[in-house]
Design a protein around this ligand. Structure first.
Ligand code: BGC
Length: 494
């Protein structure tokens, strides 16, 4: 039978935080092995065996992607084959589009020092889902404003790094076709088109700004580069924010689809950063063995059903919604909120920041008063909240975030095992990694369990990879271009 003993905390003015404090809930439900909620949520707990299976399946999907066959994990070449050597300097512009905000940055690199000025612009939902032309006009408009305000309009064309955090099929450092939109974007006419051309066209349409795009990159690549600038053992870049993704340094001899590739210097590089686009892992059914009816519900209601299924079990855009559909189901089964599910039934009423806040109740609140949890439930309009409800909601949130951390750990551990170097730094960024109270620790602990041999790794928080990383990729590209011109000049003098 259920261990839920109801201590109603009714909301009509009698219930206050003080009352909750006095009414300590019994020990966390999680401690009671036969609890109905625990039973109902069993599938959200992943065993190490399941995580190891994920690692095998993901590597298989990656191998397929690298070979050029149709694969869920696309393994996109980035044409970034050199990390910064510390001599990069100069002035750069960086554009960063990857979520609800768009940033324009002016970056000065001087040795290990970076000076940045920037401005954040919102991307309204109407633009995210309007036409591609309107989206790129908005970007160009924001850029023009920034350049005007910072007296950059008359400056000679600054080299520009464009961080575009969506899957792009690149065939060079400055070209890339959008494979598919993710993270709630749906602007028409962009999928299949080169996003650098779309940006240039938008600048030409308004005639008052000119740009010199020297690099198009994914945010994971920026993250890797920004960390590599400080720590030359950095080989992996990971984002766990609105979306999730990873890139890593792969040996060219393990990228069959790039067989015969030579760069503009006629050289075959030894390695190249591969943008895995692991968010789409499972889109071919590989994750069916552990997906739940709740994951199906989140996917069904999303803007891109059937796509980016691994991302939908992990990232900030979906974590809250995933917790919400579990809570709604438990309420409908009569296991929460006295069986009242109305308040929790509104899609997206439970954003990921609630999961973080509730998880921090579990972490910080020794008395288990669940004040934040109560407040959140009350704010979204749940009518009958018991102390046990609070404990159970916190339990569900911790299951969802732990599952997300463990799924990510499987991906990172697989990459570490594959790279198989003694010391590897993993650059990580994104709002879930930065702001969720337990996610980084859970991630780290599980990676340590899943790696094999004597690999030593460390997770390093990347300082603004999307901005600084874009300038660094632009700087490396500019340095290599200058070196090439100098070499050509010397050759012609001979
Ligand atoms: C995109 C990736 C991106 C990640 C993190 C995903 O939805 O497909 O390209 O790196 O989000 O921003």
């Amino acid at each position: 039978m259920s261990s839920i003993v109801c201590h109603p905390i009714i909301k009509n003015g009698i219930a206050t935080d003080a009352r909750i404090k006095k009414q300590r809930p019994p020990p966390l439900v999680v401690a009671r092995p036969r609890d109905l909620i625990q039973e109902a949520c069993e599938r959200l707990v992943l065993s190490d065996q399941q995580l190891r299976r994920i690692m095998v399946l993901m590597e298989k999907s990656m191998e397929q992607g690298l070979s050029g066959k149709k694969a869920a994990v696309k393994m996109l070449p980035t044409y970034v084959d050199a990390v910064p050597n510390g001599t990069e300097k100069g002035d750069f512009l960086a554009l960063d589009l990857g979520g609800t905000n768009f940033r324009v940055l002016h970056i000065k690199l001087e040795g290990k020092e970076t000076k940045m000025t920037g401005k954040i612009f919102r991307v309204p939902e109407s633009i995210m889902r309007g036409t591609g032309e309107a989206l790129f006009d908005h970007i160009a408009d924001c850029m023009a404003k920034f350049m005007e305000e910072n007296n950059l309009k008359d400056a000679t064309k600054l080299p520009l790094g464009f961080t575009f955090s969506f899957p792009c099929e690149q065939d060079g450092l400055t070209r890339g076709k959008l494979v598919t939109w993710t993270k709630g974007f749906k602007a028409s006419g962009v999928e299949g088109s080169d996003v650098v051309t779309l940006l240039r066209d938008a600048c030409h349409r308004r005639k008052d700004i000119d740009i010199d795009v020297v690099a198009l990159l994914n945010d994971t690549v920026g993250t890797l580069m920004a960390c590599a600038f400080q720590e030359n053992t950095c080989q992996i870049g990971v984002i766990v924010g609105t979306g999730t993704n990873a890139c890593y340094m792969e040996r060219l001899d393990r990228i069959p689809k790039l067989a015969g590739y030579v760069d503009e210097h006629n050289v075959t590089p030894e390695e190249m950063i591969i943008n895995t686009e692991w968010g789409a892992f499972g889109d071919d059914g590989a994750l069916s063995f552990l997906r739940t009816k709740w994951d199906d519900a989140v996917d069904r209601e999303s803007i891109n059903p059937g796509q980016h299924l691994y991302e939908k079990m992990i990232s900030g855009m979906y974590m809250g919604e995933c917790a919400r559909v579990v809570l709604e189901d438990l309420a409908k089964q009569g296991l929460l909120f006295g069986g009242h599910s109305d308040a929790i039934s509104t899609p997206h009423c439970f954003p990921t920041k609630f999961v973080s806040e509730i998880d921090s109740d579990l972490l910080e609140d020794d008395d288990r008063t669940f004040q934040k949890t109560y407040q959140i439930l009350e704010d979204i309009g749940v009518e009958m909240i018991t102390a046990n409800d609070c404990a159970n909601v916190a339990y569900v949130c911790s299951l969802i975030s732990t599952r997300a951390a463990h799924l990510t750990a499987a991906g990172i551990a697989m990459l570490l095992n594959r790279i198989n170097k003694k010391h590897v730094t993993v650059g990580v960024d994104g709002s879930v990694y930065r702001f969720h109270p337990t996610y980084p620790t859970l991630l780290d602990a599980k990676i340590a369990e899943l790696i094999v041999g004597d690999i030593e790794y460390k997770l390093m928080l990347s300082e603004d990879g999307s901005g600084r990383g874009a300038a660094l990729v632009a700087a490396v590209a500019t340095r290599l271009k200058e070196e090439k011109l100098a070499a050509a000049a010397t050759a012609s003098e001979r």
